[in-house]
Each structure stands twice: as C-alpha cells, then as structure tokens.
Write a protein that binds this ligand. Structure first.
Ligand code: FUB
Length: 339
C-alpha cells in the first residue's frame, strides 16, 4: 500500500446538504470564480455522443462550453442563469475534438478562457479564448498555447501573477511527456515504487496568452518528505487540479482518478512542494470526480459533479454544490460523495 493506511481517510465524512445546480442539462468539471462580487460557473458541457466507453475517455465528446451564473447570495438556493454557448469547437481553428475541463481568469478588464482539446492529430493541447465580458462570447486564438500538452487547467491568481496548473494521466496523455517533451516511446508509466507522474504548473506571461516559463513538476510529498509513489493510487495525482488559498497557505487539490477521490495537499507557495493532507470528497456515483473550491458570501463552497441524475452514465454528469468546512488546524473536513 506504499505507506497509505486507512487511518489517513476519515471514516465518518460529513453529510453536508448538497444542491444540484442545473438539472436542465448535463454539465461537469465546474470551474468557479467570483468577479466583482458575482459568482460564475464555467463547466464542461456533457452530451450523449453514442461513443462507447474506453480508458482514453473517448465517450467524453464535448463540443461547446456554456457559462452559468448565480443570481443571488446563496449557492444552495439562489437561481442559476444559463448564459448559453460561450465557445464552440467548430470556431477553434486547430481543434479536432473533446472540449474538456476549462477555466477562466481575468486581467485588466479582459477575460481569458483556457481549454484543452485534441488537435487534428488527436494530441491534447491548450487553447485560449478572449472576451471583454465574463459571459463571452470568447474569441479563440488561432493556435494552441506554445509548449502546452495534456488536460484539466486551473488558473490561480496570486499577488497579480497567474499560475497555470494542468495535467491528467491515462486519457489525459500526461504519461506521454517527460521534461515537457513528448516521449518517443509514447505512453510510459513509472513503476509502482517510483515517484508518481506529477501535475505541472507554469506562470502565465503578462499578456495571459502563453506560458512565461517552462512548466514545472508540482511535487506532492507524504509526511516523511517523500514524493507520493506511482503505485499509491489512493493518494497520487490523476487529474482535475485546483488551487485555493486559505489563511495564507496554498491548497492544491486534485482527483485520484481510478480510486475516485478528491484529495488535497498544502504548501507555502504556488509552486510547492505540497504535503499530502487527506480526502476532500469520497467517491461519487460515476467514474470521474472533479471540483473547484471558492469563497463566496463569507463561506467556502465545494463545487463538483456526479452521475446520479443520469442513472450512473458516467459521461452524463450533473453539477453540485455544498458548503466546505475547515478544522481549526486548517485541515478540510471530508465530505461524503454519496449524499
Ligand atoms: O470532462 C472530461 C474529463 O473528465 C475531465 O477533463 C476530467 O477531469 C474528468 O472530469
């Protein structure tokens, strides 16, 4: 078990009240931000494509993004407004298929939508689309971001600088890269007792359109200061990066993929290293789990998805929200994914 013991996971997760945010449609991977006091949700837009399930995630065949906003003070009860399509696959010159988890950042009055898509050769790249308004429409840049690869972006602002977190293994293709270069050997996974494949982080350029530096590995350590191992699939990174700051500390959170948990690690700066802490959300109904954490109205909120409303069809997911609570020592109280 590579050092992981059951005692590191709370056996009595909290039964928080949860709300399905948008029952009218299937959406997933919520990236949530508060701009000028208003809460905006940028999700993936699931659809029934008929493509069979496989380990590459081919059945997640999304073709556009919507934006949803909260029309009131309470994520648990205020109305949600659908602003319609803000970007379409067919309008992105370089993209071939699969618009997966996106994120949005604001700088100097402009909004930047970052998104992964497979290019015409079926390699995941990131693109940027720009708008003057949070509700778009977003105009895509003609080419993918230079040196970008893999999936699942989170852009985090700290002291006016924007950090771009990304990566996902298996269908997210991160195992095809070492030192930011594609391997001649294709997909290559470390042995179980070697360090796990790390997510990546890169500072964004001032114009927000490209990386300002080569992406760096984001290292997650156990309490003995050792990087989590590839075989430690209860704790190691799989996909779905998110970053938030709480009481001056940096909280990096992510999905463990094939063990279906949302976990977190704490660090002293945006690059890390980060020390593994525990589970935020126990497995939900559906294969994937994905989230964002945001402070709004004086409380902290966990936005995520599950596949309950679609009867467990893992590619048709629904957005959820619940309050997130911290202990006095800064650790997060585990939420029950089956509530
Ligand atoms: O929505 C497609 C993929 O499923 C995301 O990129 C992953 O994080 C998982 O939620």
């Amino acid at each position: 078990m590579n050092g992981w013991t059951r005692s590191t996971v709370k056996s009595n997760p909290e039964h928080n009240m949860k709300r399905y945010l948008f029952p009218a449609d299937y959406m997933a991977d919520p990236s949530v931000h508060v701009f000028d006091g208003k809460l905006y949700i940028y999700p993936s837009h699931d659809r029934e494509s008929g493509i069979p399930e496989d380990d590459f995630g081919s059945h997640f065949d999304m073709k556009d993004y919507h934006m949803l906003s909260l029309e009131g003070p309470d994520p648990m009860s205020s109305p949600i407004k659908d602003h319609g399509i803000i970007l379409r696959l067919e309008d992105i010159p370089w993209a071939g298929r699969q618009l997966w988890d996106c994120d949005v950042a604001r700088k100097n009055g402009k909004y930047y939508l970052y998104f992964p898509a497979k290019d015409k050769t079926d390699i995941f790249r990131f693109g940027v689309a720009v708008s003057d308004k949070p509700e778009g429409p977003f105009v895509p840049q003609p080419a993918p971001m230079m040196g970008s690869y893999s999936i699942d972006v989170c852009v985090f602002e700290d002291d006016g600088r924007h950090y771009f977190y990304f990566g996902g293994i298996w269908g997210g293709q991160l195992q095809r890269y070492r030192d930011n270069k594609a391997l001649d050997t294709g997909s290559t996974f470390p042995a179980d007792d070697e360090p796990a494949i790390p997510p990546r982080v890169a500072l964004l350029r001032d114009d927000m359109l490209e990386f300002a530096e080569a992406p760096r590995p984001l290292v997650i350590l156990d309490r003995d200061g050792q990087p989590l191992k590839a075989g430690d699939n209860q704790r190691r990174f799989f996909e779905a990066s998110w970053m938030h700051k709480y009481n001056g500390k940096y909280y990096y959170s992510y999905s463990t993929g094939d063990t279906h948990r949302l976990c977190y690690a704490i660090g002293d700066n945006p690059y890390g290293p980060f020390v593994y802490q525990g589970v935020i959300l126990t497995p939900v109904v559906g294969w994937t789990t994905h989230h964002s954490i945001v402070e709004y109205g004086g409380k902290w909120w966990l936005f995520h998805h599950d596949s309950v409303p679609s009867g467990g069809r893992t590619w048709l997911r629904s957005l959820k929200v619940c309050e997130l609570n911290y202990n006095r020592d800064g650790t997060i109280r585990t939420v029950d994914g089956l509530d």
